[in-house]
Design a protein around this ligand. Structure first.
Ligand SMILES: Nc1ncnc2c1ncn2[C@@H]1O[C@H](COP(=O)(O)OP(=O)(O)OP(=O)(O)O)[C@@H](O)[C@H]1O
Ligand SMILES: [Mg+2]
Length: 331
């Protein structure tokens, strides 16, 4: 075999070894066999590659819309505890003030659902309709669905990736979402299985990135945003939550962190939708979205402004983002 490796295959009719001897008949036959086999292998490896890429493409989940839902908006963050669920409930409630029963809120945080408590729907369970679809529970004009409605408050959900995907499939497609203009999806923190599975299986209209404005949180948010942009998912904008402390009486806002969110916004080319102050919530036992509980506060006003911007984006996504870029260039 070593000898064949040294053969100069300039022409099949005249083969010589590197030292110039003509090949013996039996060697010549073996070489031809080897040549034939290697050609077949090369051919096979190309066919194999084509076949593999076909299978890969087939293996990737196809994006399928949710029956009855027009737009899907994800609320995403890098770090945990930065205010995604708070943003999701307030945004949904703000959108629903103009369009009651046309707004849905899906809690995709399968391991730590907070929507039941935040929407004051804690003890209730969804019923099934005639088509065996779960009927979302409604409060403040928002149709809600959460894993928290299906497992008891004290049970821990101990699942691996595939089961989480199955649960998400049920929360999206086994629910009667008909007549929903916009479905707001509250996600768990980070860019793990849940977020990937949502962006790969659903047609996402846009994402709202929530972060607190300190360096560490923004750094993690940047990673998530970059991943989403690479996947071609539009980012509607960033919400800088707990960016200042607001006085309950005079509403003066004192900034408590730096200006990292603005830097992120300009690097990504997406707007900061709002800076939300940190405000004291005296009714922690039965929380209500601030847009419902205290509609006249500056914080509630900011959520309404975010809702307006989201509506504008959903009507004309390109114009909305272009508008932002033009404003930035002119600065
Ligand atoms: N602007 C704010 N002012 C005061 N409290 C806030 C504000 N935003 C959020 N909070 C509070 O901070 C806590 C965390 O918020 P929230 O649950 O919305 O974060 P999260 O990002 O959804 O967390 P997780 O990653 O665990 O899902 C909650 O108790 C919420 O009430
Ligand atoms: Mg949450």
């Amino acid at each position: 075999m070593k000898k064949f490796m040294r053969v100069l295959p300039t022409s099949l009719s005249c083969l010589r070894t590197t030292c110039g001897c003509e090949l013996q008949n039996n060697e010549w036959a073996s070489y031809k066999r080897c040549f034939h086999v290697s050609t077949l292998l090369r051919h096979d490896s190309e066919a194999l590659k084509t076949r593999q890429s076909e299978l890969m493409a087939r293996g990737l989940p196809k994006k399928k819309s949710i029956p009855g839902v027009r737009d899907i908006v994800l609320v995403v963050s890098g770090k945990g505890g930065v205010g995604k669920s708070t943003t999701a409930v307030n945004l949904a409630a703000a959108l629903a003030t103009n369009k009651p029963s046309k707004i849905g809120l899906l809690d995709a945080d399968v391991f730590g659902p907070s929507i039941p408590l935040m929407m004051n729907l804690g003890e209730l369970n969804p019923e099934l309709n005639r088509e065996n679809l779960m009927i979302p529970l409604v409060n403040y004009g928002v149709k809600c669905m959460s894993m928290g409605f299906l497992v008891s408050e004290t049970s821990a959900v101990i699942w691996r990736g595939l089961m989480v995907m199955k649960a998400l499939e049920q929360l999206t497609r086994q629910v009667d979402w008909r007549d929903t203009d916009c479905l707001i999806v509250d996600t768990p923190p980070g860019t793990g299985d849940t977020l990937l599975s949502l962006v790969q299986t659903l047609p996402i209209s846009g994402v709202i990135m929530v972060t607190t404005p300190e360096k560490l949180a923004v750094q993690v948010a940047r990673r998530g945003a970059t991943m989403l942009q690479k996947l071609g998912i539009p980012i509607i904008g960033i919400i800088s939550n707990m960016s200042s402390v607001a006085c309950d009486n005079c509403h003066t806002e004192l900034p408590i962190f730096g200006r990292e969110t603005e830097k992120l916004s300009s690097d990504l080319g997406v707007p900061v939708l709002a800076n939300i102050p940190l405000t004291y919530d005296e009714d922690e036992a039965s929380p209500k979205p601030v847009v419902v509980a205290k509609p006249d506060t500056p914080r509630a006003q900011r959520y309404r402004e975010i809702a307006k911007k989201v509506e504008e984006f959903l009507i004309e996504p390109h114009k909305y983002q272009l508008g932002f870029l033009v404003v930035k260039e002119g600065q």
